[in-house]
Design a protein around this ligand. Structure first.
Ligand code: ATR
Length: 267
């Protein structure tokens, strides 16, 4: 019998997870299908009960449900720390956060050493929380800048870093080597916005943007023009998906197939 997986959220129509996971299932000739379900906050409990009962094996969880999902599953240590779940094994009712490992893999794959490095994290929302905890585990020196300064300070306190408002960007850009954008600034359709003024980017910077649509955001374009090293959001998207795949199926995901499927869908 075909095994069913999916992604839940609201909105969920634009998610690239179905394209990416179905490509993986096809490549490994697995009798599985991955679909998207629009589920709003008020519907989450009913969805989980119904889906588990109907034999759905696993789901990804996106906005606005990642935090609320914590109430219905047993989170692993990482998801517990972050306070958000983006992957659920519905057979065991266990929750995971693969944004954490996805971001780490994306940096690792691009040869970025994190231990002891000064990292500037832009944003303190859901994705920012996962990345901040990952950086703490890797032993980076963490500086967080956010539009709402209090959120940066509070997240920085959790991970043993320093928190600032965006007005501190000039000093922070000067001090840090690795810059990570975890905000939605630059996302389609507002493709001409960037959270960092281009003149603050120098050739010694490594700039990683988790926004993947467009693949080259204004931030990354400015970074490339400044001669900095750039890492786009596709790596993190693909690696978080690959880790979810492994959690559900116990098999290594065909990462290259998943990457091509995403690139094709974005074209
Ligand atoms: P996600 O779960 O995708 O990280 P989120 O939790 O809503 O989404 O977080 C969005 C992040 O982007 C926040 O850090 C937010 O800043 P605030 O905490 O001040 O809201 C940041 N963000 C969104 N739009 C922004 C903008 N136009 N300028 C600066 N920061 C922005």
């Amino acid at each position: 019998m075909v095994r069913v997986y999916g992604v839940i959220g609201d909105p969920v129509e634009h998610s690239l997870s179905p394209v990416m996971q179905n490509a993986a299932f096809r490549a490994l000739k697995m009798d599985c299908v991955y679909v998207s379900f629009r589920v709003s906050r008020g519907e989450l409990k009913d969805f989980i009960d119904g889906a588990a009962h109907a034999g759905v094996r696993g789901i990804n969880v996106t906005l606005p449900l990642k935090e609320e999902m914590m109430r219905y599953v047993t989170p692993d240590k990482t998801a517990e720390k972050i306070g958000a779940v983006n992957t659920v094994d519905l057979r065991r009712m266990r929750g995971y956060n693969t944004d954490f490992s996805g971001a780490r893999k994306a940096l690792e794959e691009n040869g970025v050493e994190l231990k002891g490095r000064k990292v500037l994290l832009l944003g303190a929302g859901g994705a920012g929380r996962a990345i901040a905890h990952m950086l703490a585990e890797e032993g980076s020196e963490i500086f967080i800048a956010n539009r709402t300064r209090e959120k940066a300070i509070s997240l920085a306190r959790e991970v043993g870093g320093e928190g600032y408002g965006l007005d501190s960007l000039p000093e922070l850009m000067n001090k840090c080597e690795i810059i990570i954008n975890s905000t939605s600034v630059g996302l389609y359709p507002r493709v001409n916005e960037s959270i960092v003024p281009g003149n603050l980017i120098k050739p010694h910077h490594t700039v990683f943007d988790i926004v993947y649509n467009p693949v080259e955001t204004k931030l990354l374009r400015d970074a490339r023009n400044a001669g900095a090293k750039t890492i786009d959001g596709i790596s993190m998207l693909v690696h978080q998906g690959a880790e979810s795949f492994r959690i559900w199926t116990g098999r290594n995901a065909p990462v290259d197939v998943m990457r091509s499927a995403v690139m094709e869908a974005l074209r």
